[in-house]
Design a protein around this ligand. Sequence first.
Ligand SMILES: [Zn+2]
Length: 405
Amino acid sequence: MTSVDALLAELAPIGRAASGGYRRFAWTREDAALREWFTGAARDRGLDVVTDRAGNLWAWTADPDAAVAAGRPGLVLGSHLDSVPDGGAFDGPLGVASAFAALDAVRATGAEPARPLGIACFGDEEGARFGVACAGSKLLTGALDPDRGRGLTDGGGTTMAEAMAAAGLDVDSVGRDEETLRRVGAFVELHVEQGRLLSASGGPGVAVGVASSIVAHGRWRLDLRGRADHAGTTRLEDRDDPMLALATVITAARAAAERRGGRAVATVGKVLVQPNGVNAIPSQVTAWLDARGPAPDDVRALVAEVGGAARVEPVEESWIPPTVFDEDLRDRLALVLAGADGVPAPVLPTGAGHDAGILAAAGIPTGMLFVRNPTGVSHSPAEHAEPADCAAGVAALARVVQALA
Ligand SMILES: [Zn+2]
């Protein structure tokens, strides 16, 4: 039986940068090392590992197809192992490591789940390399068209198809995978909380909560074109400087979100400047806008306002509608995780996208558990969860397995 801390420690060196943050992008050498770790952890526990048509990994305690035939498809836990640029150690890996640790904890009681238990590792959840969030789960459910997925390119011009092929995946068969989806009777993803609802003073004062919903979330690219010229000799009135449009985009995004008073957030977190020289007026600036909120129309209106302010047409690269998790499963999870006082676990919404949201949108009964994050910081090397809270997350997953499987 391995603790979740020990499992996370095995992962710790993979893709770690000097900052202490992680660079674990899809279909890279680091990704291959993470997949190898997953396969090893599964084999150590006697689980069979299969790769689905989208390149996601599934480890099973028993034959999932026999369970489908018997009308009792499996319970699946898991999350993802990839990261954003300079990401933290918990976003994703905590859910995968906790799933293995929870299986160990259940088996340590002498029990073996009656239903097959699956542990999933979704590929390319963050979309850090090819720009589409939850690409692995979206390809699996068909929410991302396989031709569009294969044709996505990274910053170096490599297509997703080329990167997948280099990693040994059968690129021609990428697409919606009915056989895999049929095996998933229910999916429960444990994740570090990306916010402070659990840790806020006056909050529920417990380490684990249950997700209610995920807000709508999109990514847009803004191509701001100008004319390259000399930073010293070009008169101000003769310039066509796209960096000024970028400034408009950034301030307009902030103002548009503020006007919505907590109903939306908008972020410019990635910018490419060409030619990116100190003494050159740029020829082009490409900026990416991330916008989220509970009301899809409101989020789209915000993006249109930003485009209007900078006189540019935002190009939608990714869109995930709002997700409300299965209410029966949500209520059941809250009751299964009730405290000794009988009070159900707290139920909370999130502004972060997850593979669980993609599976829920595909009609699979899906739930999420959040583990308390003392600062709320995520997508940063400062992301943290206390060891005792991580252990509480494993205990919660083990209770879920005992109740549902
Ligand atoms: Zn995540």
